[in-house]
Design a protein around this ligand. Structure first.
Ligand SMILES: [Mn+2]
Length: 346
């Protein structure tokens, strides 16, 4: 082959390759515009493979054209997979939930505190007075208590919600309480500012739907054996019904570890913040079950990006009707709060 002939061939190779590139792009455009089904794409491939001859084997033809068809199939799938409403892909900015003077998810972390259960007017009032004096304005207290055993204290029900409302009015506080029955969700909004859906009910889909049908903010607890994906999908149940005011709270998951009541999944905090625009809180009481490590765990949660921390406080934990072992008395709460505040994270 002389010099001149090889130069011509090289130019031809370049030309043909460029044309091929253009043709492949054109092929992809047409395939996408036609919105071909996988079965139709297979048919086309079979036809082309049947035309193979000369230097090209059937399998090479299939390989050559399957690239374009593969790109198309991937694009179709990606289009079908819509991002969750609770995801960052759907909404970039943080969701901010206003609770009186405090904002959850607004960049300034919030402390939520109160007794495990509403036991009496006097008990709630005592706690509220101490918390308010310390500067805490969001009060929690369980009126409906789904307990492990049916023989344990089940809560005061609506009478408990009434007590919360009365005390909150007196001290100018906002309230959070768990609701366990879908039929109670609407009425609950008249007594409390935030409906909590507990860990055991995280996948109670009828309850989630009912919470999605009202406009009361919802605090959704992570189930004790729920993955982060299941947690986010549970939140999606609420948001997809129209209630966008949802907060997520990590409360520990069940592992083989016995040193703590549950295992606080601190990594869930930055993952949830990354994956979702909803505010993320950490319950240091139920995740640890150990008073002496609640302050460091609260600091860890805040350092990891949590928008708030929840802790249980009782005037006389030893006599509490639920979670006696892990509620802080007023003195311990004072130490806890001071230690967390001293870190500058709260
Ligand atoms: Mn409790």
């Amino acid at each position: 082959m002389n010099q001149c002939h090889s130069e011509v061939l090289e130019r031809q190779l370049k030309d043909v390759s460029h044309q091929m590139l253009e043709l492949v792009q054109e092929q992809l455009r047409i395939v996408q515009e036609l919105k071909l089904e996988p079965s139709e794409m297979q048919q086309l491939l079979d036809e082309l493979a049947g035309l193979a001859g000369g230097r090209l084997e059937e399998s090479y033809v299939r390989e050559l054209f399957s690239v374009v068809l593969g790109i198309h199939a991937k694009a179709v799938k990606a289009k079908e997979r819509k991002p969750l409403l609770v995801s960052r892909d759907h909404q970039r900015e943080d969701t901010v939930i206003e609770l009186g003077e405090v904002q959850l998810g607004g960049g300034k972390p919030v402390l939520v505190a109160g007794p495990c259960a509403v036991e009496s007017y006097e008990q709630v009032r005592q706690v509220a007075a101490v918390l308010k004096a310390a500067g805490v304005t969001v009060l929690r207290g369980g009126a409906f208590k789904p307990r492990t055993s049916p023989y344990e204290f089940q809560g005061l029900g609506f009478d408990g919600l009434k007590i919360l409302k009365e005390v909150a009015m007196e001290f100018g506080m906002k309230t959070i309480s768990e609701i366990v029955h879908p039929a109670h969700v609407e009425l609950a909004g008249e007594y409390i500012d935030v409906i909590q859906i507990g860990a055991r009910n995280m996948q109670n889909f009828e309850l989630l739907k009912a919470a999605g049908d009202v406009q009361t903010p919802v605090l959704l607890k992570r189930g004790l054996a729920a993955t982060i994906d299941e947690f986010l999908h549970a939140a999606e149940y609420i948001v997809s019904r129209g209630n966008q005011q949802v907060m997520l709270i990590e409360r520990g998951i069940r592992t083989y570890e016995k040193a703590t009541r549950n295992t606080l999944d601190i990594s869930a905090v930055p993952i949830l913040k990354q994956e979702s625009h909803l505010p993320v809180l950490v319950d240091v009481t139920h995740s640890t079950g150990r008073k002496e490590i609640m302050a460091p765990c609260a600091k860890a949660a805040l350092a990891a990006g949590a928008d708030g921390v929840m802790v249980e406080v009782h005037p006389n934990p030893a006599a509490a009707l639920s979670d006696a072992a892990q509620q802080l008395d007023f003195e311990a709460f004072g130490r806890f709060y001071a230690e967390v505040k001293q870190s500058g994270l709260l």
